[in-house]
Design a protein. Structure first.
Length: 130
């Protein structure tokens, strides 16, 4: 499962250019979101995509995307999930399955969670080349 969270976090970085200054690190010369790879600064850990809390976040992602983009996606499942809570903030990287009238697809999402709120920071459809 560790390799999946590494891949998920790297893909989110490439897709969205996510650079959160307090949590970025360098790995083999690349600036990236921390993962649970060996080495200093590694923070993301893989989560069980079937865990009810993770599924709830997946549903939240689709709800927020529908609201923000006036779309009609239907939540299917969470395929992969990773978590970083190393500095007090909770960050989740998710790969979510959803469907609409055009069919099913997978979407990358990045969510920030604190005691008062949840925020969908990034959302992007996974392409066949990713």
């Amino acid at each position: 499962m560790a390799n999946k969270s590494i891949t998920l976090c790297l893909v989110l970085y490439v897709l969205f250019g996510l650079s959160i200054a307090a949590t970025t690190t360098t790995f083999r010369g690349l600036k990236l979101i921390p993962t649970d790879a060996d080495g200093p600064g590694a923070r993301f850990v893989a989560l069980d995509p079937k865990d009810p809390k993770v599924v709830g976040l997946g549903k939240f992602v689709i709800h927020e995307q529908n609201k923000d983009a006036n779309s009609r996606l239907k939540f299917d499942d969470v395929i992969e999930a990773a978590f970083d809570g190393s500095d007090g903030a909770s960050r989740y990287a998710l790969l979510v399955g959803a469907s609409d009238s055009k069919g099913s697809a997978e979407y990358y999402a990045y969510v920030l969670v604190n005691q008062e709120s949840k925020e969908l920071v990034a959302f992007k459809r996974k392409t066949t080349s990713q």
